[in-house]
Write a protein that binds this ligand. Structure first.
Ligand code: ATP
Length: 239
């Protein structure tokens, strides 16, 4: 029998006031995948992530996660169901330490020993954060803040991690590291949806990609197939 998808989005419509940002998006994610959402600025990729994580309420459509429709469910209840987002805007608390920022990511977890265990796991994965344990987050470099944002998202031990522009503003070397983390996180069983301008890097860690254009999905392809066909890719991206 076919395995039911981890996430299935049907006919998703989302508006910001009078501006309609998504006009009927359909999308499917199987457990264990890394999905890239690609397309021009303003095409609706971030909006899709915000609707999944409960930051935006859809005006129409369904977001079926593990068999339940979570469209319109509050963000904290969605975190509790195993979905975490590392937002584009990072939302690091600059006057709190690295440790305190991480602990906030486990706010649903009531046991201190469990929070400590998760912090230790994040520090294993991001040794640079461990070295900066007591440093105020606002004094970290851009790359370190990005690691902290991802680390904090991992503190809720998500099954599905939503990453919005994780390589934004990073040096090529730091960006490589972030994509390496995505690969590693995925190896440890976390399914990922990735929004990226850095299309080649994103595709190189992804299984499949959805191509967006003005609030709609216009194509769905195997990531490897797109990487092997630069002409098709540039046609999709209008480059
Ligand atoms: P980007 O890479 O620029 O974030 P994107 O594909 O993620 O692009 P979205 O950010 O989802 O695109 O934006 C989709 C549409 O919604 C755009 O027309 C954008 O101007 C609009 N939009 C996004 N955020 C807001 C907001 N907070 N208020 C009003 N309109 C918004």
């Amino acid at each position: 029998a076919a395995v039911s998808p981890m996430l299935q989005i049907r006919d998703l419509h989302v508006s910001y006031g009078k501006t309609q940002a998504l006009h009927g998006v359909d999308l499917l994610v199987q457990q264990g995948e890394v999905i890239a959402l690609i397309g021009a600025n303003g095409a609706g990729k971030s909006t899709t992530l915000r609707a999944i994580s409960g930051l935006l309420k859809p005006t129409q459509g369904q977001i079926i996660y593990q068999g339940n429709n979570i469209a319109g469910v509050s963000a904290d209840r969605i975190v509790a169901q195993g979905i975490a987002q590392s937002p584009e805007e990072r939302h690091i608390w600059p006057t709190m330490t690295v440790y305190e920022n991480l602990a906030l990511g486990a706010y649903l977890c009531k046991k201190d020993t469990e929070v400590e265990r998760r912090v230790a796991l994040v520090y294993d994965r991001f040794p640079r954060l461990k070295e900066r344990h007591r440093q105020l987050a606002g004094t970290l470099s851009g790359g370190e803040q990005q690691m902290l944002a991802i680390g904090r998202a991992l503190m809720s031990e998500p099954s599905l991690l939503l990453l919005d522009e994780p390589s934004l503003g990073l040096s090529p070397r730091m960006a490589e590291e972030v994509f390496e983390f995505v690969r590693e996180i995925n190896t440890h069983g976390v399914t990922v949806i990735l929004v990226e301008q850095n299309v080649y890097n994103a595709l190189s860690v992804s299984t499949r990609a959805y191509v967006y254009e003005t609030g709609k999905v216009v194509a769905e392809r195997e990531a490897a197939g797109l990487l092997d066909d630069p002409e098709l890719l540039s046609a999709y991206l209008g480059a």
